[in-house]
Design a protein around this ligand. Structure first.
Ligand code: SF4
Length: 310
């Protein structure tokens, strides 16, 4: 089957990157809340990846357009500064290791000004790699992993079919840091529903503390039509938390945090309130900001539903 280029779905901090697809979909397509649910994984041929790198290098270096190259290469390449590449798609770390190594070598050879390469990485992908492999990837400038933790509560992880337990999340997170790779994780407010809200927030704080990531981002659950969790919600089997309840969870996570040095944010478009800061030093200021909104219960202080994004 011909490789279909995926839509661009990236972490906010990768906005300046060139988006290079190695895969389409996600190898762990079981998570019942995710828009990758059920999407079949496609692995791109290495030769095809190399052709795109050749085209990009020729365009960046000399303005040359090679034949039979998708227009998007030039559309992204036109305003690209040559420094960062983000590997698509949902978990490009699943790309077979020898091919991944070769693709990274090729990127470095053809685009010598590259400073950083990033990828989404599932905990399962990370656990499949040994420490030497991770270090080798780091040497080849694959130096930031974005990993969805979602929740620290085993009950929630099982309910949403994440495919890993909290202990594996911790193990995967620590492994990345030991390899010298920057770790950016996300958690999802509201994923435990109304009944599991308190435990979800407390256990998520505990897992985050144990991993002690460089970056942590909170997202807020958005129920996506077509996913099993959406169906559960429609049938009344899953009760979604209110916007203010999601802020209570955010407050609990920050209040219970004991990070060494972590940039924490809820700037993602899915959230009802955007805050950010470095923990531990900004903890009181961040709690005050959330507390002030919670005290008013004024909906006009929240991001309106129609402006929320995935
Ligand atoms: S592992 Fe991540 S990208 Fe893949 S289905 Fe689960 S939440 Fe979605």
């Amino acid at each position: 089957m011909r490789f279909q280029r995926p839509d661009i779905f990236r972490p906010p901090s990768e906005w300046r990157s060139y988006f290079l697809p190695l895969t389409r979909g996600c190898s762990n397509n079981t998570c019942t809340f995710c828009n990758y649910y059920g999407v079949r994984l496609q692995i791109r041929e290495l030769d095809d990846v190399k052709r795109e790198i050749d085209a990009l290098a020729a365009y960046i270096g000399n303005g040359i357009r090679l034949p039979n190259v998708p227009q998007i290469v030039y559309a992204i390449g036109r305003s690209w500064d040559g420094k960062r590449v983000f590997l698509q798609d949902g978990d490009a770390l699943v790309y077979p290791f020898p091919k991944l190594r070769e693709a990274l070598h090729y990127l470095n050879e053809k685009l010598p000004n590259l400073e950083r390469i990033g990828t989404y990485a599932t905990p399962q992908d990370i656990l499949r790699r040994n420490q030497d492999q991770l270090r080798e990837l780091k040497e080849l400038k694959l130096s930031i992993f974005y990993t969805g933790i979602e929740s620290g509560d085993d009950k929630v992880l099982q309910h949403v079919a994440k495919g890993v337990k909290r202990q594996e999340l911790i193990e995967a997170g620590k492994k990345v840091k030991e390899a010298g790779i920057t770790l950016s994780v996300t958690v999802i407010l509201g994923l435990g529903g109304v009944e599991g809200s308190k435990q979800h927030a407390l256990e998520t704080a505990r897992v985050l503390n144990e991993i002690d990531p460089h970056y942590a981002g909170a997202l807020t659950l958005t129920l996506v039509p077509g996913t099993p969790l959406y169906e559960e919600w429609k049938k009344g089997e899953f009760r979604a938390v209110s916007p203010f309840r999601s802020l209570e969870e955010l407050k609990t996570i920050i209040a219970n945090s004991s990070f060494t040095d972590c940039f924490f944010s809820s700037m993602h478009a899915s959230n009802y309130l955007s805050i950010r800061g470095r923990l531990p030093q900004d903890k009181q200021r961040m709690l005050k900001e959330i507390g002030a909104v919670l005290a008013t219960r004024d909906s006009s202080l929240l991001r309106p539903e129609f402006l929320r994004g995935l």
